[in-house]
Design a protein around this ligand. Structure first.
Ligand SMILES: Nc1ncnc2c1ncn2[C@@H]1O[C@H](COP(=O)(O)OP(=O)(O)OP(=O)(O)O)[C@@H](O)[C@H]1O
Ligand SMILES: [Mg+2]
Length: 416
């Protein structure tokens, strides 16, 4: 993924391509652009000509007819991958916005077009330069379930368990999408050895912010990491969280549940930190994930501080999670001096969990997975992999589902 604070400019001259499909606005528009120092490098005869010319990297903006034959989400994404913003003249603004067109200009305002081009040039973009490999998951008749892995501060093992759970589900033949929605910086890509710097989440966020995310464009945002397992990689840097606005995760989950069951890795905080101002909440991704969850996996580490933090998380989840909560006590070891019964008793003081799973402290398996860039279930048998399979049986295998009667039309697990 490359980001850019602006497209190519030649001094104060802005190079563009135009594909006007022979429409009447072209002549006055070319005149106005020329007068204003916008250099039309080429008048393209059709979309194919436009895409080929844009790939050369010399322009940052194309001006197209909103009715240009063949202009679809794929074409716009292909342009964005070459850092080229698409500005349309005329056409259905809402539909074009959904494709990722950055601006739709009225046909009867040629004088305003140079200004619109210059604004588009400086529009910050997130682009995905690598069109391959495309996802092989297809839209299905039934919606998948959404399992959200959450846990408090202290790196209790959210990402390890989310990646393990998703990999186990895919290994058992279920199409699965793993979404990295940690607003404090994504780690799923690193855990799974996805080395390109593509942020699937930011690519999807850009499409959502531009007006919509269709199924084909969403497929391009994901990466297949194993048969039946797609990953939507997370934020490349913690400071990019602002780009994942409210509504982005809901749109992502709506699309992701069309193609399979979804496992979401989240951040450590459920705090509504709206005092950040401008309507922004850093933990929005985590809050939205938990609110959309069919089942939450709450992970805490087994030592005293970890369990105290887990208790606070369970209290928050009582209000925020609409479905069942399964608790994972991670890195459980005898040296801590308490029994499983002690821990279950503590957990049940806060919630009625769907289940409590103890995951052993298994440094060897965890390190082997990290070094290999694979999930713990893919690197061979281990106590850790066995525990992940047990967790899978509780939250994903054969869970009874029914269509939600709630507004968003997702599938929800029946409450225990
Ligand atoms: N059961 C376990 N046994 C041994 N090591 C583990 C176990 N669970 C997690 N780890 C290790 O602990 C570290 C933190 O795990 P992970 O990255 O999954 O935590 P996290 O909750 O996602 O943290 P972050 O706040 O960084 O997102 C990793 O090095 C991981 O390999
Ligand atoms: Mg993590």
């Amino acid at each position: 993924m490359s980001t850019t604070g602006g497209a190519p400019v030649l001094g104060d001259r802005v190079p563009v391509l135009v594909a006007a499909a022979g429409e009447e606005w072209e002549a006055p528009a070319l005149h106005a652009l020329g007068e204003a120092g916008v250099v039309v490098l080429k008048r393209c005869v059709d979309l194919t000509d436009l895409l080929a010319s844009a790939a050369s990297g010399t322009v940052g903006v194309v001006v197209v007819s909103g009715e240009l034959p063949g202009l679809d989400a794929d074409a716009v994404l292909q342009l964005l991958r070459a850092d080229v913003r698409c500005l349309a003249v005329g056409g259905d603004a809402e539909a074009l916005g959904r494709l990722g067109v950055v601006h739709v200009h009225p046909v009867d305002d040629p004088a305003g077009l140079p200004g619109a081009v210059r604004r588009a040039v400086h529009q910050d973009l997130v682009v995905d330069p690598d069109p391959e490999p495309a996802s092989r998951l297809e839209v299905r008749a039934d919606r998948g379930r959404t399992i959200v892995v959450h846990g408090p501060a202290g790196a209790p093992g959210r990402t390890l368990l989310a990646t393990g759970l998703a990999a186990e589900h895919a290994r058992r033949g279920a199409p699965t999408v793993l979404v990295d929605a940690d607003p404090h910086g994504g780690a799923v890509a690193q855990h799974l050895g996805v080395l390109d710097e593509v942020s699937g989440l930011l690519a999807a966020a850009r499409l959502v912010n531009a007006g919509g995310l269709d199924a084909r464009a969403f497929a391009r945002c994901r990466r297949e990491v194993a048969p039946g397992l797609d990953v939507l990689t997370g934020l490349p840097r913690p400071d990019r969280w602002v780009e994942a606005r409210p509504g982005v995760l809901d749109a992502v989950l709506d699309r992701a549940t069309e193609v399979g069951d979804v496992v979401v890795d989240t951040g450590f905080s459920l705090e509504d930190d709206s005092e950040l101002g401008r309507g922004l909440v850093r933990n929005q991704l985590t809050l939205d994930a938990v609110a959309a969850a069919d089942h939450v996996v709450a992970v805490g580490s087994a030592e005293p501080v970890g369990l105290a933090r887990l208790a606070r998380t369970l209290v928050d989840l009582r209000d925020l999670a609409p479905g069942p909560v399964t608790v994972v006590v991670n890195r459980m070891r005898d040296s801590l001096g308490w029994s499983r019964r002690d821990v279950v008793g503590m957990v049940e003081g806060y919630v009625r969990p769907a289940g409590v799973v103890f995951v052993p402290d298994d440094r060897v398996a965890a390190d082997r997975a990290l070094v290999a860039g694979r999930s713990v279930v893919e690197v061979g048998g281990s106590p850790l992999a066995t525990a992940v399979a047990e967790l899978h049986d509780l939250v994903l295998a054969g869970a009874e589902v029914r269509r939600s009667s709630g507004g968003r039309g997702r599938w929800r697990c029946r409450r225990p």
